[in-house]
Write a protein that binds this ligand. Structure first.
Ligand SMILES: Cc1ncc(COP(=O)(O)O)c(C=O)c1O
Length: 412
């Protein structure tokens, strides 16, 4: 294209579109200038098991993965993946609605239907896309999405994509939810979106009460059980199962990137019209389907999670042991009691949070450093997520590392 000599050039006057990130660029530079390891750029050089990796050349206990049920190294899961790779190749190169539905995708959806004892299951390429797809497709411009203010980014992005009216309510506050619902026009379409476990503090939602007030207001209910699937509930179906309301929930969203131990997302439902979503849900239609090896590992893992009772019991014991131990050491925690596999250790500020994160890494422990905007109320957290494969001895080791690092940094 040739330049139009008659038009004044805008070059040089238009702002650099990166300018809006300057405060973050400055904050990050200041943090790294202090000589701290970049907490958001750690490389796992080798992964030995669900609980141990080699980072910076040294053995590191992993306490910051979403590998709640430790399925990533399960021999049956790995064998299924290898078999699918050999028999079906490395990828589908197509959308689910064209050439991207293989036998394995069907089997994976069958495994989900069986796991949840529900009529319908739809697999997406990630959990993020499952929320994006279901929320944007179900709630359009004139509909309302009533959501907990601490909802995951994928939930907010789903509302934005569908252009729905967003009505947030205070975190885990049943009365606030009910008040918001009562203010909405009776004839308007309403979707209430909740999470079973909130990933930053590891607290669970009062789903029983929330589902009841939502249904009384005529709303449909979606529950994201990303952080509870596999672990919470008698069959590992999540908080809705544990609180006895799973049959009243219209959509359950989940992910394969946590307890299932691979990548992918899904929605299960008993709604009789559910299958139409396969034709109208853009994040399902307009993207390639998961590789055959991934759906094979997911299906095998999901089937094994159905008999994961012993692992669930051990994970619960680990959670109690770590929560109690950290509390005894004097750390401030996100919840008074352990509620899930996530235990959040609240840091006084980002600087000390980053220093503590690094001190733990030197001790041989990896946790997640979480900070705003991902965290509620501007908090900096060290998020610990336990795995069913952590041994009792490892939990003891972890507590010793927290004590040493906490004293070094001066947070206890
Ligand atoms: C509550 C919640 N929903 C959805 C997702 C997205 O899952 P995925 O990693 O499969 O995209 C996450 C991931 O962190 C999550 O925490």
């Amino acid at each position: 294209m040739t330049a139009d000599a008659g038009q004044p050039s805008v070059r040089g006057t238009a702002p650099d579109l990166f300018n809006k990130f300057q405060p973050l660029i400055d904050q990050r530079a200041a943090l790294l200038a202090g000589g701290i390891t970049d907490p958001f750029n750690l490389v796992m050089e080798r992964v030995e098991s669900p609980t141990v990796a080699i980072c910076n050349g040294r053995r590191t206990i992993l306490l910051g993965t979403y590998n709640y049920m430790g399925m990533t190294f399960d021999p049956d899961v790995i064998a299924a993946g290898k078999r699918a790779l050999d028999e079906f190749g490395s990828g589908t190169t197509g959308s689910r609605v064209l050439n991207g539905t293989y036998q394995g995708h069907r089997e994976c959806e069958d495994a989900l239907r069986e796991f949840y004892a529900m009529d319908h299951a739809m697999v997406f390429s990630t959990g993020y896309q499952a929320n994006l797809g279901i929320i944007s497709t179900m709630a359009g411009k004139d509909d309302y999405v009533v959501l907990d203010i601490d909802s995951h980014a994928s939930i907010y992005d789903g509302c934005a994509l569908g252009n729905a009216q967003i009505v947030p309510f205070r975190h885990n506050d049943v009365d606030a939810l009910e008040k918001r619902l009562k203010r909405l026009p009776a004839e308007a379409g309403k979707l209430v979106v909740l999470e079973g476990v909130y990933s930053m503090l590891g607290d669970i939602a009062p789903l029983k009460e929330m589902v009841a007030v939502s249904k009384a207001a005529g709303a449909m209910v979606l529950v994201d059980e990303a952080h509870s699937m596999g672990f919470i509930g008698e069959h590992g179906r999540g908080v809705a199962e544990a609180q006895g309301v799973i049959d009243d929930v219209d959509f359950i969203i989940g992910t394969f990137s946590k307890s299932v131990g691979t990548v992918g997302g899904f929605c299960v439902s008993n709604h009789p019209k559910f299958e139409i979503l396969r034709l109208v849900c853009r994040p399902y239609v307009f993207t390639a389907s998961l590789p055959p090896s991934v759906v094979a590992t997911a299906a095998t893992s999901i089937a094994k999670l159905m008999s994961g009772g012993a692992k669930r019991t051990h994970l619960l014991e680990n959670s109690k042991r770590l929560h109690g131990g950290l509390k005894d050491l004097g750390f401030k925690l996100g919840t008074d009691e352990p509620q899930s596999a996530i235990i959040a250790v609240i840091m006084p500020d980002l600087e000390r949070g980053a220093a503590m994160w690094e001190a733990l890494l030197h001790e041989g422990l990896y946790v997640n450093l979480a900070r705003p905007p991902a965290t509620p109320q501007g908090m900096t957290l060290l998020r610990c997520s336990l795995c069913a494969e952590h041994s009792t001895e490892q939990v003891g080791e972890i507590l010793g590392m927290f004590e040493a690092a906490g004293r070094k940094v001066g947070v206890i």
